[in-house]
Design a protein around this ligand. Structure first.
Ligand code: CAA
Length: 379
């Protein structure tokens, strides 16, 4: 693995850092407080090419590698974990999935606008009774001539209320189980499509997470992605890449916690000394920094395997499992270092803890990541 970034990768990182500091940082706390979607920032992310980073230029993207994507996402995640997941879902779950499995017509009609940031995408796999058990799809898509009739409910859908286009997994033949699920491109404004419920969340409060309801929605058969019955493989393969995105979000949050802890421990005095002079604090900082480098190594390893076209699902699961765990740990340690100030909104570390927890849950819980890793060992 090459640990030296190219000129282009460093330039992308610098552009993302500048954007995050100038455009996201000033209002991130307020958006969290008000649960306000970062409309303007997402528009600018599109203009900067951040919404379709790994997509060829002919389909609206900027044709960069996964390492560049991780570097940009990391800078955004350090400042605003909500903007980070909005970007991650659009890039990893929506654009990548369409680029890898969509037809030329689907790419022209949908991918171009999604990758260039003109439109926003969402990925709808989870249901009230299908979370980790993703194959247990109750949403149905019944063939009717050149259409499918979509009925059901999806929940915990990131970007759901703001998305123009949603990739929806649904059972085309429930009797076939995992092999009876197909995936579809669904446009928001079709009759029968509605946002059923907006969640009030512990963290990532300025990203929207909603339930979506489909009642007799007529979806053109041309909007099916891949063969009928290939929907679960499509979803799980796409989620392998998504997990690199969430590992990056977790890595970024851990770094934000460490940065805040270092700054505070140099400024805060106790017993006439900056608390950074005490080993009790130093050891916490040292452990956090070590964990962060280990998480970065796993995440970049997964990204570089993906860039080389090698199997990367197990490494992506390891990266997400480990990075999400240390994100929560680093946020807790940062709060402990801040003492009482860590527990109040004035300092950012309490947000980092609230934002971190979801990285152990969405795009596959930590338990699911362990299943994926263990299966690769035992096959
Ligand atoms: N890539 C391609 N195909 C895969 C695959 C992968 N990574 N993993 C499994 N498959 C295939 C299998 O080979 C199998 O096909 P065959 O029968 O032809 O061999 C089929 O998919 C079903 O796989 P399993 O039999 O392994 O399925 P399972 O029921 O045992 O489940 C699981 C395995 C690992 C638990 C999987 O269901 C899983 O990852 N669940 C978690 C789902 C998840 O991450 N949900 C989050 C949704 S998105 C989100 O969080 C919201 C958001 O907006 C961000």
């Amino acid at each position: 693995m090459n640990f030296q970034y190219t000129e282009t990768q460093l330039m992308i990182r610098e552009t993302a850092r500048k954007f995050a500091e100038e455009e996201l940082a000033p209002s991130a706390d307020e958006r969290d407080e008000k649960e306000e979607f970062p409309y303007e920032a997402v528009k600018k992310m599109g203009e900067l090419g951040f919404m379709g980073m790994m997509i060829p230029e002919q389909y609206g993207g900027v044709d960069l590698d996964t390492i560049s994507y991780v570097l940009a996402l990391e800078e955004i995640g350090k400042v605003d974990a909500s903007a980070c997941v909005i970007m991650s879902v659009n890039n990893s779950l929506v654009c990548w999935g369409l680029d890898a499995y969509g037809t030329e017509e689907q790419k022209q009609s949908y991918l171009k606008d999604l990758a260039s940031g003109k439109k926003l995408g969402a990925f709808a796999l989870s249901e009230p009774e299908a979370g980790s058990d993703a194959t247990n799809q109750r949403t149905t898509a019944q063939k009717d001539g050149d259409f499918y009739i979509l009925n059901g409910t999806k929940n915990f859908i990131t970007n759901g209320s703001n998305a123009d286009v949603v990739l929806v997994m649904a059972a085309t033949d429930r009797a076939k189980g995992a092999k009876g699920v197909s995936s579809f491109i669904v446009e928001k404004n079709i009759p029968g499509f509605s946002v059923a419920k907006k969640e009030k969340k512990l963290g990532i409060r300025s990203s929207d997470t909603v339930s979506l309801a489909f009642q007799d929605c007529r979806i053109p058969a041309a909007n099916r992605i891949g063969e009928e019955g290939s929907g679960i493989k499509f979803a799980l393969k796409t989620l392998d890449g998504g997990r690199i995105g969430i590992a990056t979000q977790a890595l970024a949050l851990a770094e934000a916690s460490l940065d805040a802890a270092v700054k505070y421990s140099k400024e805060r005095k106790a017993f006439d000394h900056p608390i950074a002079e005490f080993q009790a604090i130093q050891f916490k900082l040292a452990d956090m920094a070590t964990e962060i480098e280990a998480a970065r190594g796993l995440t970049m390893h997964a990204a570089s395997l993906k860039d080389r076209g090698e199997p990367f699902g197990t490494l992506a699961a390891m990266a997400k499992l480990y990075a999400s765990r240390i994100a929560v740990h680093c946020a807790l340690e940062a709060i402990q270092i801040h003492g009482g100030y860590g527990y109040v909104r004035e300092y950012k570390v309490e947000r980092f803890l609230r934002d971190s927890k979801i990285t152990e849950i969405y795009e596959g819980t930590s338990e699911v990541q362990r299943v994926v890793i263990a299966r690769s060992l035992l096959q």
